[in-house]
Design a protein around this ligand. Structure first.
Ligand SMILES: *[C@@H]1O[C@H](CO)[C@@H](O)[C@H](O)[C@H]1NC(C)=O
Ligand SMILES: *[C@@H]1O[C@H](CO)[C@@H](O)[C@H](O)[C@H]1NC(C)=O
Ligand SMILES: *[C@@H]1O[C@H](CO)[C@@H](O)[C@H](O)[C@H]1NC(C)=O
Ligand SMILES: *[C@@H]1O[C@H](CO)[C@@H](O)[C@H](O)[C@H]1NC(C)=O
Length: 538
């Protein structure tokens, strides 16, 4: 090698090293979210909504695996407010989770800056207000985390991605809905279903012959949906951060809080088609449509709308069993998803959680193992950090449904860091349930009808290629089982994703703990942490 060659090589190495050191810290993305009331009219009549930066739905957070996402939330509402990041694991940062068990709410006319990292995550997620009934009138938006350039994704690249947020909608103001629940009544049935804030006026322009990705999230408060596109097949590629086996579907059920990404090939005759979302297991069935517009088409989408299931529960159960992990595909890291053989890990503890509707002091409440959760003034996480007595205790909820009368309380279940836990959601009610866990995703290993018992593991659990997810449906009078590795230290909300049930107590927290005090397992309380209740001022 002569000097002339060595020099560029050396300079190249230097440049590479510089890039390497700059990259040693993951990129930052900064957002300012101003949250205000504003007049919107999803149903053609002006009503009060909650806007983020003047928008309903709010802006999409587009980012890449491992990005640091900094969001300064400015609360211009007349009530304390928090956003939570549905499905974002908050690795080591339960301080940023944005629920009343971990954070003091942001008072009106003030702001708070969330600092979180999209650590080892890819996929389609959402954010929404976690306080009161705010999300019934907006404040929600999408979070799309794309894979790093060095990671091979197991599907052909789409030319464009579309984000669809499906929500249910009421003509009533959020404060009226809240009063209804506060007075001990059930929430009335929604008035409409919306796609990106509209019943039928959104449109997506596409080029014939191309491939598109549709990222669909069910951000509704109450209802499962069925999603479909007229004359087009949906190829499922991702659910909540898992790359699935790429099955084709005419339509797919997406339950409250869940999300799915599809690839769609635009290979039908040149015209427009209906994109349809309709409610599941409700009477009446609510439907929202949107237009899939082929560029150059002058022919409007034509009725009838494509068929979708409405009450069929068995149909949904059967379909859910076809959603499986692609064991050889990467997720956010280059190692295959299936290299983590979850089915071989010994379970350290089994917890059975039964939901119920109760009458407590003459009012409707929802409970988990006979405890209906009520938020203490002091966030659990802060009480725990400062050892403030009297806020919660770990024996407040049992590992299986007791036969004692229902009570109101602050239920926290304690786990040791790295416990591998089986949680069975037992639903003895005639309505569908949806359960969401913050802080970790879990393997959705199985579900079945009736009462769960240990002998059903053998027959019904998928211990090989169940997907990981953060939200699990539980069919009426049925059970669903998940396996979860409690490997994220913190205080985590385990809640009904069905919002009126959560508002009236169907939630609890899990405290994941070990005594090591180190930023290797959990970051310290943030410097800007808000104070409330019995929290010391600094
Ligand atoms: C509030 O916003 C300002 C910038 O407008 C920022 O400097 C400050 O850190 C924010 N406060 C908190 C508590 O995040
Ligand atoms: C769309 O599919 C329906 C049946 O599902 C069929 O009757 C119709 O001809 C198709 N239309 C087009 C334009 O492909
Ligand atoms: C599974 O992932 C691999 C990439 O490892 C991909 O080539 C394959 O097509 C995927 N299989 C299915 C059925 O989705
Ligand atoms: C477990 O449940 C199944 C299905 O309901 C039932 O057939 C079986 O008898 C139960 N086994 C035990 C030990 O309770």
């Amino acid at each position: 090698m002569n000097q002339a060659i060595i020099r560029p090589f050396y300079l190249g190495l230097l440049a590479w090293l510089c890039v390497f050191f700059v990259k040693a810290e993951d990129p930052y993305r900064f957002f300012t979210f101003e949250v205000t009331y504003g007049q919107i009219s999803p149903l053609g009549v002006s009503q009060r909504g909650i806007l983020v930066n003047g928008k309903f739905p709010g802006p999409t957070i587009d980012c890449i695996t491992n990005d640091n996402v900094i969001v300064n939330v400015i609360n211009k509402l007349d009530e304390p407010f928090l956003l939570t990041w549905n499905g974002i694991k908050q690795r080591k940062t339960s301080w940023q989770d944005g629920v009343l068990g971990t954070n003091c709410p942001i008072p009106p006319n003030s702001n708070w800056t969330y600092q979180m990292q999209m650590k080892d995550q890819i996929g389609t997620y959402s954010y929404f207000p976690s306080t009161k009934m705010h999300r019934a009138v907006g404040g929600f938006g999408a979070i799309n985390i794309r894979a790093r350039a060095v990671i091979f994704v197991p599907y052909l690249k789409p030319v464009e991605e579309f984000t669809l947020l499906i929500s249910d909608w009421w003509k009533s103001d959020h404060k009226t809905l809240q009063q209804t629940l506060d007075s001990g009544k059930t929430l009335p049935m929604a008035d409409a279903l919306l796609i990106n804030g509209h019943v039928q006026s959104t449109s997506f322009t596409t080029q014939k012959g191309q491939r598109y990705m549709f990222r669909v999230s069910n951000v509704a408060l109450t209802t499962s949906i069925n999603f479909r596109i007229q004359n087009h097949t949906l190829t499922l590629v991702e659910t909540e951060g898992s790359h699935t086996l790429q099955e084709s579907y005419e339509s797919l059920d997406i339950h409250v809080g869940q999300s799915a990404s599809f690839l769609v090939n635009l290979n039908a005759p040149l015209k427009d088609y209906f994109i349809v979302a309709s409610t599941r297991f409700t009477k009446p069935v609510l439907t929202a449509t949107s237009t899939l517009h082929y560029d150059g088409s002058t022919t409007k989408a034509s009725l009838p709308l494509p068929w979708g299931p409405t009450y069929e529960i068995h149909w949904s159960m059967k379909q859910a069993r076809t959603i499986r992990w692609n064991l050889t595909a990467n997720a956010a890291r280059p190692n295959p998803q299936g290299s983590y053989h979850y089915g071989t890990i010994p379970v350290t503890r089994t917890v059975v959680l039964a939901n119920s509707a109760e009458n407590i002091n003459g009012k409707l409440r929802y409970a988990v193992n006979q405890v209906s959760y009520a938020n203490p003034e002091t966030p659990l996480k802060i009480a725990d950090f400062y050892n403030i007595p009297g806020v919660f205790h770990l024996s407040s909820i049992k590992d299986s449904p007791p036969s004692t009368p229902p009570v109101i309380g602050a239920s926290v279940m304690g786990f040791t860091l790295h416990d591998f836990v089986e949680i069975v959601f037992q639903n003895n009610e005639g309505t569908i349930q949806s359960w969401h866990l913050d802080g970790s995703d879990f393997w959705a290993v199985g579900f079945g009808s009736g009462q769960w018992n240990a002998t059903l593991r053998k027959r019904f659990y998928n211990l090989n290629d169940a997907t990981t997810r953060h939200t699990m449906q539980v069919y009426p009078n049925s059970w669903s089982a998940i396996l979860v590795s409690m490997d994220n230290k913190g205080m985590w909300n385990l809640r009904s994703a069905i919002w009126p049930r959560r508002y009236l107590g169907q939630e609890l927290y899990t405290k994941v703990w070990n005594d090591e005090k180190s930023s290797r397992t959990e970051y310290d309380i943030p410097l800007n942490a808000l104070r409330c209740g019995k929290a010391p001022l600094n």
